[in-house]
Design a protein around this ligand. Structure first.
Ligand code: ADP
Ligand code: 5GP
Length: 187
């Protein structure tokens, strides 16, 4: 594994990106630093400001975007924005760590365009649409209408998979974590 890699994980919501990343963080040999994105959505479940996300208002998000504080940002769902802060990329890379990002499909491809060979884009696939729905419902953190919006976007997001460097099916979580770990080590 070369130094200063950028690892991008993208997938439809509920596929298991956060679970995979959480498990990968337990391997010190991967030397990963998580890129904490900014978002204009409300915290979900036990999420904490500065850990899973920087939770900011829509107005502050717009101000930051206009000030050029983001490497990339997207309105992933109507009215809800997410973005990678330049300060996060700096924080992690200056600590000598490999940067791992959980970002949407468009953001993932933009990062690849910006960083080229330094970035590896990994698409996480759900075993099926039915299982995806089950996971979103089972997570128990989103309202019915939010789950509906996320499922409606899944087909669009899945159509981006061929543009990623590699795809991994998250059927069994431990297996998916092992597969992604291997990809990172070989990157
Ligand atoms: P994402 O970050 O992609 O939105 P999460 O990591 O929050 O997805 O996972 C969504 C839900 O699915 C969570 O409740 C998580 O515990 C569960 N989950 C993740 N991976 C698996 C798996 N391989 N098998 C069954 N459930 C899973
Ligand atoms: P969630 O609300 O489930 O945490 O995330 C919703 C979507 O936003 C996911 O596809 C997630 O990967 C994406 N996302 C999170 N942070 C960023 C970011 O900084 N930039 C972009 N483009 N997407 C992000």
């Amino acid at each position: 594994m070369k130094k200063g890699k950028i690892i991008v994980l993208s997938a439809p919501s509920g596929t298991g990106k956060s679970s995979i990343i959480k498990n990968l963080m337990d391997y010190p040999e991967l030397n990963l630093g998580f890129s904490v994105s900014a978002t204009s959505r409300e915290p979900r479940g036990k999420e904490r400001h500065g850990v899973e996300y920087y939770f900011i208002s829509h107005e502050e998000f717009k101000r930051k975007a206009e000030a050029g504080d983001f490497v990339e940002w997207e309105e992933v769902y109507p009215g809800t924005c997410y973005g990678t802060l330049k300060s996060e990329v700096q924080r992690v890379t200056e600590a000598g760590q490999n940067l791992i990002m959980d970002i949407d499909v468009k953001g993932g491809l933009n990062v690849k365009k910006l960083y080229g060979e330094q970035a590896i884009t990994i698409f996480i696939l759900p075993p099926s649409k039915e299982e995806l729905e089950k996971r979103l419902k089972g997570r128990g953190t989103d309202a019915e209408n939010v789950i509906k919006k996320r499922l409606e976007k899944a087909d669009f997001e899945l159509s981006f998979a061929p543009q990623f460097d590699v795809s991994v099916v998250n059927d069994n979580l431990d297996k998916a974590v092992e597969e992604v770990k291997k990809i990172i080590i070989e990157a």
